[in-house]
Design a protein around this ligand. Structure first.
Ligand code: F6R
Length: 261
């Protein structure tokens, strides 16, 4: 894992935007895996700015989102379809036919899961998968103890995730308890993974993911096996890492061509 510790979320998100922008410039038909949640919001704002002010062109880009709640209509303001439209898609020159979010309203959810995998495969696989990290170590909606080789499937959200995400639904009862998510195996197939985690609430999950054992109790730890995973943290989320000095040392001693900026 490449662990990059930055002074705050702002700097971390700008770095992530730079990495994605470089990929889109180098490969105009890049396939991006995207995430929702609070973590990537600032990164998405920066991509929108780069498109508007610097002409970053998304017309050939294809996207696949990690997950979607089951049972929420696409125009529900807490659905991930809606989240992506509002926070990214409608501000870029993406072709709507090239954006993909799992359909949590599909009549046949099993078919939708299998079909999502096929669509990713038909696109030639994901070039870069963006990820956040749950407080319980989840990536996508792959909750603790789920298989580290899972494929896109229907998952039951953990109590911790319900508690963490229910505020925006008004109450726990309003929140779906199930989601479709890319599996950990699907995520690991991406050619590159870029995970962002900021703030003190993520300390323990970051510690387990980076320095804990490879274990299904922390699905994020599966990234330890990925050949090209970059983790961007801020000082708060990195506070529990025992080897923070080592990550900073590695970061400072990179060849110029290994640097992201
Ligand atoms: C979102 C997703 C989740 C979030 C995670 C962190 O598509 O897959 O794994 O990345 O729950 O959420 P935030 O960013 O809100 O802290």
């Amino acid at each position: 894992m490449e662990v990059l510790i930055r002074e705050n979320q702002e700097v971390g998100c700008l770095l992530a935007a730079k990495i994605i922008a470089r990929l889109v410039r180098e490969k105009p038909n890049a396939v991006l895996g995207l995430a929702t949640g609070r973590t990537p919001l600032r990164l998405y704002q920066e991509l929108i700015r780069l498109h508007r002010d610097e002409g970053l062109d998304f017309s050939g880009v294809m996207t696949f989102n990690l997950d979607e709640y089951i049972g929420l209509p696409h125009d529900h303001d807490q659905s991930y379809h809606w989240f992506m439209q509002e926070n990214l898609f409608r501000h870029l020159n993406l072709d709507p036919a090239r954006t993909h979010v799992p359909d949590g309203m599909a009549a046949d959810l099993h078919h939708e899961c299998r079909d999502y995998e096929k669509r990713i495969e038909a696109a030639g696989g994901i070039d870069l998968q963006l990820l956040g990290l749950g407080r319980n170590g989840h990536i996508g909606f792959n909750e603790p103890t789920g298989s580290l080789r899972s494929r896109t499937w229907i998952k039951i959200l953990s109590e911790q995730t319900l508690n963490d995400n229910s505020a925006v639904f008004g109450s726990l009862d309003q929140m779906p308890r199930h989601a479709i998510t890319m599996g950990v195996g699907t995520i690991l197939d991406a050619r590159r993974c870029l995970l962002l985690a900021f703030g003190p609430a993520k300390v323990r999950a970051v510690e387990q993911m980076v320095e804990g054992p490879l274990a299904a109790i922390c699905p994020g730890s599966a990234l330890q096996q990925h050949p090209r995973a970059t983790v961007i943290l801020d000082e708060n989320s990195a506070a529990g890492l025992q080897h923070a000095d080592h990550y900073r040392w590695i970061d400072q001693n990179k060849f110029e061509w290994q640097r992201h900026q």
